[in-house]
Design a protein around this ligand. Structure first.
Ligand SMILES: [Mg+2]
Length: 243
């Protein structure tokens, strides 16, 4: 047996970006939903059909675009330009010093910090830049829309690729926070050690084109922690914060 002694032994903290690093009250998900709906309508579907398909693909694949590419040969980069790329993000979110401090207080001798998003890199880095935290992440795993068969959360391949890119082989050393219950559960099933569902209960969010009130899932496995504010990570993941 060969022992790989070069692997970094630190934990990796994986942060979802949209609706996790900024609050759902920014209404970005609603603006995104409107644009995606318009994209479906422009492809020729009537209003109602467009809504149904949008929701179906989101539910089935974790990302509406995944269904559009798979079944309708949509160019993901065109989709990205017209949907995420046209969002007036600078008017919707602002630099967040509290979030910056939170990330600065993570003990980097114990943990590395990465982004893990279903967005394309343009949107991901734009959000991080506006929030003022771009320099605090070691890297970002994004959906590579330039690849014809790109994968996304909650697919196993996406999580495995992420680990490979960050150079970590032990899933129990992965910390993960995401506002999507499906994504968190998928990671937990793969053995990711410290999964957290970010759940801003009572707020509204658009998922797959449908507006819904965020609520806590009662039947979440006990190992998955639930937080309603990112500051709670200081308690939930106390062992990786500087004391
Ligand atoms: Mg999210």
């Amino acid at each position: 047996m060969t022992v790989n002694t070069s692997e970094d032994s630190r934990y990796v903290i994986w942060l979802d970006i949209d609706n996790t690093l900024y609050s759902a009250n920014s209404k970005i998900s609603q603006a995104m939903g409107t644009r995606i709906h318009a994209y479906f309508v422009n492809l020729g579907w009537a209003d109602e059909e467009a809504s149904e398909l949008h929701h179906k693909y989101y539910t089935q694949y974790g990302l509406a675009l995944r269904g559009l590419v798979r079944h309708h040969q949509v160019d993901p980069l065109d989709f990205d330009r017209k949907c995420d790329g046209s969002l007036p993000l600078e008017d919707m979110i602002k630099p967040n010093p509290e979030l910056r401090k939170l990330l600065e207080d993570i003990d980097r001798t114990k943990a590395r910090v990465w982004g893990l998003t279903n967005a394309y890199k343009n949107h991901a880095y734009r959000v991080l830049k506006i929030l003022g935290i771009e320099d605090l992440l070691e890297g970002v795993i994004f959906c590579d829309y330039s690849e014809p068969n790109f994968s996304c959360k909650p697919e196993t391949q996406f999580f495995n690729n992420a680990m490979q890119t960050a150079g970590i082989t032990d899933p129990s050393k992965c910390f993960f926070i995401d506002d999507s219950r499906g994504n968190v559960e998928a990671a937990w099933r793969l053995g990711w050690g410290r999964c957290v569902h970010f759940c801003e209960r009572g707020m509204e969010v658009t998922e797959g084109g449908k507006l819904k009130e965020i609520s806590i899932s009662p039947d979440l496995p006990g190992e998955i922690k639930v937080v309603t504010h990112l500051e709670e990570l200081r308690t939930v993941w106390a062992d990786v914060f500087k004391n």
